[in-house]
Design a protein around this ligand. Structure first.
Ligand SMILES: NC(=O)c1ccc[n+]([C@@H]2O[C@H](COP(=O)([O-])OP(=O)(O)OC[C@H]3O[C@@H](n4cnc5c(N)ncnc54)[C@H](O)[C@@H]3O)[C@@H](O)[C@H]2O)c1
Length: 353
């Protein structure tokens, strides 16, 4: 018997929500985009008109739409929890962008609401659907790299957010951006045992005035003994980069930065190429694949491909990264303790005391 399409709405159609809505409308098999809603009515109508779906004047209106199955939440992070609450009250399955929330209390509450409602929650860690990252992980699992020695992740944006307002809406670099990398390193190599973070507002002092950074270097030691280094830049200038390397006793896996196109311009002593401007260009297929996995899980009743627990675990590690950076690279010995909602990182000395 043919499966009916999964009817989904998108709440928050800013930069990423609009992109997700487009993907749901055009590229995700089995999805039926019912409509969109944003706190900004102009944005709502602009996306609704572009995609020829209903632009709902209120979030409640969208969540109460006839036979809605699921909602994708891409509002500013500090506003996720209100939508999660309203969606769970209606028994809707949820795809929520990372991080779930900006504090531990709301992150925990979100997971409790989801558990109580018995709905599926998937977190937007799109790198877990990137073909190259998936390939690398599978090779690590098959032990093709041998014993893991060392990992590097470089994650850089071309330009940082406007300093006005982003801290309250989306949180600091280590929570909003580095959370992707903290999830990736757990997923690729395993749990972290030690972490030390240095951050700086090297490019723009306004980030420093807000207590944030525009650059950070995160070093970790994994439970299995391997070492890792993550470098983050909010404003690398040349473009967006997401590259990785895992060095092992038998082989090294390297994910280079792909070119934006195959055209190089060659002149005397010089070769130039376009660079990728942002994360949607770098991971276009992964963003579609994560939504396809969500729609498939909703349609078949399967487990969440990236459950809320992974969002909680990465968030708790990001909180410790903030603590280390505030101590200017203070070395923290950490432990991932099993809580009823999933693994939660704590500083080991604090656990013992
Ligand atoms: N997975 C990724 O790679 C990735 C990349 C970028 C952003 N994000 C996440 O996606 C989310 C959105 O980021 P963005 O860059 O699109 O931000 P944005 O500021 O461009 O868009 C946020 C949108 O949410 C709307 N909004 C805010 N509060 C609302 C509410 N209560 N109800 C309805 N709409 C509301 C705003 O009007 C705006 O249009 C954030 O949680 C961010 O962390 C994830």
């Amino acid at each position: 018997m043919a499966r009916h399409a999964v009817r989904i709405g998108v709440v928050g159609v800013g930069k990423l929500g609009r992109f997700h809505a487009r993907n749901l409308r055009t590229s995700v098999p089995g999805a039926e985009l019912v409509g969109v809603a944003d706190a900004d009515p102009v944005r709502t109508m602009s996306v609704a008109e572009e995609l020829e779906v209903i632009g709902f004047p209120t979030v409640e209106g969208l969540l109460s739409a006839d036979r809605l199955d699921a909602v994708l939440i891409a509002t500013s992070t500090s506003r996720h929890i209100d939508v999660i609450e309203a969606a769970t009250q209606r028994g809707l399955h949820i795809f929520c962008e990372k991080p779930i929330a900006l504090n531990e209390e709301e992150t925990t509450r979100a997971l409790e609401l989801v558990e109580k409602a018995g709905v599926l929650l998937q977190i937007g860690f799109h790198r877990r659907f990137d073909r190259d990252f998936v390939d690398l992980r599978e090779r690590i699992e098959r032990e093709e790299l041998g014993r893991l020695y060392w990992l590097r992740l470089s994650h850089r944006d071309m330009a940082g957010p406007d300093p006005a307002g982003y801290m309250e809406l989306d949180g600091p670099l280590l929570v909003n951006v580095t959370i992707h990398d903290l999830d990736t390193v757990r997923w690729l190599v395993g749990e972290v045992a030690e972490i030390s973070v240095m951050g700086g507002s090297v490019a723009d002092p306004r980030y420093g005035e807000l207590g944030d950074y525009d650059h950070a270097v995160i070093t970790v030691r994994f439970e299995n003994g391997a070492l890792g280094v993550i470098d983050n830049s909010r404003c690398a200038g040349y473009g967006y980069e997401c590259s990785a390397e895992v060095v092992g006793s038998l082989a090294t896996g390297r994910i280079s930065q792909p070119p934006a196109s195959n055209l190089s311009m060659l002149s005397a002593g010089l070769e130039t190429r376009r660079t990728l401007a942002d994360h949607t260009a770098r991971h276009r297929e992964a963003y579609i694949a994560e939504l396809a996995a969500f729609i498939d899980a909703v349609a078949t009743g399967a487990e969440s491909p990236v459950p809320g627990a992974d969002g909680l675990t990465a968030f708790s590690l990001a909180q410790l990264a903030v603590r280390s950076a505030q101590g200017s690279g203070r070395h923290l010995t950490v432990d991932a303790e099993l809580s009823p909602l999933g693994l939660v990182y704590t500083e080991l000395d604090r656990v013992r005391s």
